[in-house]
Design a protein around this ligand. Structure first.
Ligand SMILES: [Zn+2]
Length: 366
């Protein structure tokens, strides 16, 4: 159940390839009564989990990004792993999938800044669409159609339950070992059936098929799934949007400082412009400077901006706020805590979800 909740909040299929996400240390079979939510993993976070009695840490950055060739307990990483294992604490990571998902890191940042008409800055994936065809005896047609529609099949724009249904004759001969719903072994059957066809995004295929199999009366269900050329909804990293009213840069900068809890921010590019269109990317967003320029952002807020990237943005008249990796992502910790808590409550799991209070930012803003 807990795995389902976490995967609903940040679906693993949204993550970048080879990004270490999901359960990194521990086991799903352990009982969890308390979850600690943090941005990073280090020994101080493990100590915090021990103090509050959390059996699971849900974090944004993985405890290690490269495969380990050894675990030496006199190194910080080895000591952290040893402590986690000795104290039966599991670690679950939601990284780029949490950046990309709707209401994840980037939406949290854009929403906190009060940006409206929010769109994706860089599309990373367009969902693959499939055609599902299933053959159902007439009298159970409605229950199967309802089951697959309830699982999300047949969603086209603002329309749900879209399907096409056509009558025909199905044939089958139950063989030895069968237990047929209609007919008997060794006799050819002809049954009035309905061919249901509908459309499904790949992400919900397993759920739709499971619902279909549960609702279908036949021992062996005849169905087909075809890949389609048409694309489903887009997902991506970074966000761009605008304010209803343009504001002076100084006013905007004050707003950003307040939201990110910063006393100083590095600024590159013009600082005397009006700000209306704003792009954001929590964490390391240098590689999306071109997107911000192309989509005509007045300002781009991100972290880990290098000297040369800032120079290039300046030449393009884009104002960049190099607001730090930690400050632009830390905003997700209370949001993620609330999201996990709500879903646990909704599912009737008595789990307490607690945000970390350890500041893991290696930088001091002096
Ligand atoms: Zn990050």
């Amino acid at each position: 159940m807990l795995r389902k909740i976490l995967e609903q909040i940040a679906p693993p299929h949204l993550a970048y390839d080879k990004d270490p996400i999901g359960l990194q240390i521990g086991s799903w079979s352990r009982n969890v009564s308390k979850i600690l939510v943090s941005l990073d993993m280090n020994e101080a976070i493990v100590d915090e989990a021990i103090t509050i009695g959390a059996e699971l840490i849900v974090c944004h950055h993985a405890p290690f990004y490269k495969p380990l060739s050894n675990i030496l307990v006199d190194t910080p990483t080895g000591k952290m792993i040893e402590k986690l294992i000795k104290n039966n604490i599991s670690v679950y990571v939601a990284h780029t999938n949490l950046d990309i998902v709707e209401d994840g890191v980037n939406d949290a940042l854009a929403n906190a800044l009060g940006i409206e008409n929010i769109e994706i800055l860089e599309v990373t994936k367009k969902e693959k669409m499939k055609k599902l065809v299933v053959f159902v005896p007439e009298d159970t047609h409605q229950q199967v159609l309802q089951a697959i529609s309830d699982a999300g099949a047949g969603q086209i724009g603002n329309y749900s339950h879209c399907s096409f249904n056509i009558s025909g004759t199905g044939t089958f001969k139950p063989l030895a070992g069968s237990n047929p719903f209609i007919g008997s072994q060794g006799e050819l059957e002809k049954v009035k059936e309905i061919r249901i066809e509908t459309i499904i995004p790949e992400g919900i295929q397993a759920k739709v098929v499971q619902n279909m199999l549960n609702a279908h009366p036949y021992e062996e269900v005849a169905y087909d799934i075809y890949p389609l050329e048409i694309e489903g909804s887009a997902s991506g990293i970074g966000r761009i949007g605008s304010y209803e009213q343009a504001m002076q840069f100084s006013e905007f900068l004050d707003k950003v400082k307040l939201v990110l809890n910063l006393s100083t921010i590095q600024v590159a590019g013009p600082s005397n412009k009006l700000v209306k269109k704003v792009a954001v990317c929590g964490g390391s967003g240098s590689k999306f400077i071109a997107n911000a320029i192309q989509q005509q952002a007045d300002v781009y807020i991100t972290g880990d901006v290098t000297y040369h990237d800032a120079q290039w943005a300046e030449q393009q008249n884009l104002t960049i706020l190099n607001a730090g990796h930690y400050p632009t992502e830390a905003i997700i910790v209370p949001k993620l805590t609330a999201m996990i808590q709500k879903r646990c409550n909704d599912e009737g799991c008595s789990i307490q979800v607690i945000p970390s209070i350890v500041n893991t930012d290696p930088f001091h803003y002096m």
